[in-house]
Design a protein. Sequence first.
Length: 64
Amino acid sequence: MNITQILLGSTAVMLLVALVLSFTAMKNGEAEDGREHTAVSLMSENARLQAEIERLRAGDAIAA
């Protein structure tokens, strides 16, 4: 066994461990918190912009 095979094998093991750890974190919901917060903020921004569009279509003045 030469050094190249050892390095490739250890790199493969580290990648598998990282994959397992990230999958476990995703399954436990740790990765979901940030996405949920982003989704809520995007939905509220969308509602605000839709209200602004309706107000502009009605011909009201721009609110600051």
